[in-house]
Design a protein around this ligand. Structure first.
Ligand code: URA
Length: 248
């Protein structure tokens, strides 16, 4: 689904390696290392149906139950979220309600932590990807990575008529930047509603592209990244991608 320059590294499948029980619980955010040791010692963990009280016991993620319930998803997950307007793509609580607040509380304590793959503005809704896979995050947010992203745009003022050709030309330079935006595809729905397909992720890119032509975006929604769409996900909902759906 991508035109990325670098080849995809081999998938690090952590399900294939055994981990210490205390490490497993701690990395998934269940408790601190010392608390995890206590939880295991008190008999809350089973491995393949057997109670294990030694925290240095090594097991595969899928073999472990905590209080009789399978563990949260292993490290390496990618989450597809339908971001509502008003939530912020930041880890900083001071910035308002966060997209991470939509996830289970325990997931906030995971290590490695879950981060958004790129950002949507507070006032933008739509498809947002998040992951705890640092290598994937790095690759998908690299300026060299070009995947098509589709935005539904509502404009304050009617189109003038030349927007489509200017965006497609690959010559539009945004305020404060030196290099032109890559060609982008505009489709007109009516004179204040369009879709715009871009393959970059510059800061506030869609809003700034229209601002550069004297217009103003009043509503913005991302409906697609590569082959991924929101499907039936309602605003505020999310799901974990299957391995074969993860962008490469
Ligand atoms: N372009 C924007 O202007 N804002 C977004 O949130 C995404 C793309």
């Amino acid at each position: 689904m991508s035109l990325n320059a670098s080849p995809k590294p081999p998938m690090k499948n952590l399900k294939l390696s055994k981990q210490r029980l205390d490490q497993l619980l701690t990395s998934l955010g269940y408790a601190s290392r010392s608390e995890s040791k206590k939880l295991i010692a008190s008999g809350l963990v089973t491995v393949d149906g057997k109670q294990i009280t030694k925290s240095d016991f090594k097991a595969f993620h899928h073999e472990v139950l905590f209080e009789g319930i399978p563990l949260d998803p292993p490290q390496g997950m990618v989450i597809l979220m339908h971001k509502p307007v008003g939530l912020v793509c930041s880890h900083d609580d001071g910035e308002g309600q966060l997209v991470y607040d939509l996830l289970p509380v325990r997931w906030r304590n995971r290590d490695p932590k879950i981060s958004t793959i790129g950002r949507l503005d507070k006032e933008t809704s739509g498809l947002l990807l998040l992951t705890d896979d640092g290598q994937l995050l790095h690759r998908l947010t690299s300026p060299k990575y070009h995947v098509s992203k589709l935005y539904e745009v509502t404009l304050d003022r009617p189109l003038k008529g030349d927007e489509g050709s200017i965006f497609a030309s690959g010559t539009l330079i945004l305020n404060g930047e030196k290099t032109a935006c890559l060609p982008a595809k505009l489709e007109i729905i009516d004179n204040t509603h369009v879709t715009l397909e871009i393959t970059e992720g510059r800061y506030h890119q869609v809003r700034r592209m229209f601002a550069a032509l004297g217009n103003h975006v009043t509503a913005l929604h991302r409906s697609r990244i590569g082959d991924l769409t929101l499907g039936d996900l309602q605003s505020g909902e999310y799901r974990i991608l299957a391995q074969e759906e993860i962008p490469n």
